[in-house]
Design a protein around this ligand. Structure first.
Ligand SMILES: Cc1ncc(COP(=O)(O)O)c(C=O)c1O
Length: 334
């Protein structure tokens, strides 16, 4: 990737003159089975330009209650886009048409009009859970019947495709617009893409500029992104296998609760409350030995497998977790 970045052919992407960015955007659109794509600085920016491009201030957007767009994107679609979130609780991140229907209100002078449904595949806070094509189609058909567009936060959409052993287009065909990340499992240092039809992307390009995301010789970023799409998708299955290994090992530690059958991709969410320790203190203990984890809330802890984390690292992390659990139990008993 570094070599490709160093030797990338570049131009001014604000004027659409960077050949490497153009190549990446064409590749991304083709992979996703859509007309057009736009390189953004991050997944957050791609989600934001996607929402802004399909809505107007004061409109309501349906999101799953634990959606990344709601939880972790600084409220951008409300703060910047003037959009109102309507949260719908799904099952492990997946909403059904019935879930969405229960949140829809009839047109009425008192209510903000609902115009967009956002889904997340894989679902981060639910633990990397996947939407199947059938589940995606059900929501897409229902949304279209009601005149709503569907946007997919597909930061890890290739993980969803690899986990189900299907072409990614089986998932993207049932959304109007989507974004995916070149960073994360695909291993590029920077960048995400918003993907959809030509009009949507033309609009998103304008919003990207407004948000300060117009970049000049961005080919240096795009060069890594092309390798991410062409060469890094297959390796995601290693991350999934390592996540299984980690989940199974954690399951065998007394006081930790996790169901490996629920670990579908590269994210492991487990609960340490059975050890009588809160998640923050648990994570600090792991950190002392160089193992990183993220806090969800209470005793819920999140770990992610990715490039550079090998089987030996998983065994090391499990050894650290075993020792930390033993110390915690001893302290509790004394
Ligand atoms: C599901 C999901 N969407 C969006 C994002 C945002 O991506 P970025 O960190 O590139 O802004 C993330 C990042 O973790 C994510 O997990």
């Amino acid at each position: 990737m570094l070599e490709a970045m160093r030797s990338a052919e570049v131009g001014d992407d604000v004027y659409g003159e960077d050949p490497t960015v153009n190549r990446l955007e064409e590749l991304a659109a083709k992979k996703m089975g859509k007309e057009s794509a736009l390189l953004t600085t991050s997944g957050t920016q791609a989600n934001l330009v996607s929402a802004l491009s399909q809505t107007r201030r004061g409109e309501e957007v349906i999101l799953e209650a634990e959606a990344h767009m709601y939880y972790y994107e600084v409220g951008a679609f409300s703060a910047v886009g003037g959009l109102i979130p309507r949260l719908v609780k799904g099952q492990r991140g997946v909403m059904t048409p019935q879930d969405i229907e229960s949140a829809l209100r009839p047109p009425n002078i008192h209510f903000p009009p609902t115009t967009l449904v956002c889904i997340e595949n894989t679902h981060n806070r639910a633990g990397g859970t996947v939407w199947t094509p059938t589940q995606t189609k059900a929501v897409f058909d229902f949304a279209h019947e009601r005149g709503l567009k569907v946007h997919m936060d597909g930061a890890r959409i290739f993980n969803a495709a690899v986990a189900q052993d299907i072409d990614v287009r089986k998932l993207t065909q049932y959304v109007d617009t989507m974004m995916f990340c070149l960073s994360k499992g695909l291993s590029a240092p920077i960048g995400s893409l918003a993907v959809g039809d030509r009009d949507f992307i033309a609009n998103a390009r304008r919003y990207r500029k407004m948000l300060g995301g117009g970049m000049r010789q961005a080919g240096v970023i795009a060069a890594a992104g092309i390798i991410a799409i062409e060469k890094m998708v297959d390796r995601l299955k290693d991350d999934h296998a390592n996540a299984q290994l980690l989940a199974k090992g954690l399951m065998s530690i007394e006081g930790i609760s996790v169901d490996p059958a629920q670990v579908q991709t590269n994210i492991i969410v487990y609960d340490v409350s059975g050890l009588g320790i809160d998640g923050g203190r648990w994570i600090a203990k792991l950190n002392e030995s160089g193992v990183k984890a993220g806090l969800l809330e209470g005793g819920r802890v999140r770990m992610v497998t990715h490039r550079g984390i090998e089987k030996d690292d998983i065994q090391y992390a499990l050894g650290v977790a075993e020792k930390a659990a033993e110390e915690t139990r001893k302290r509790k008993d004394s």
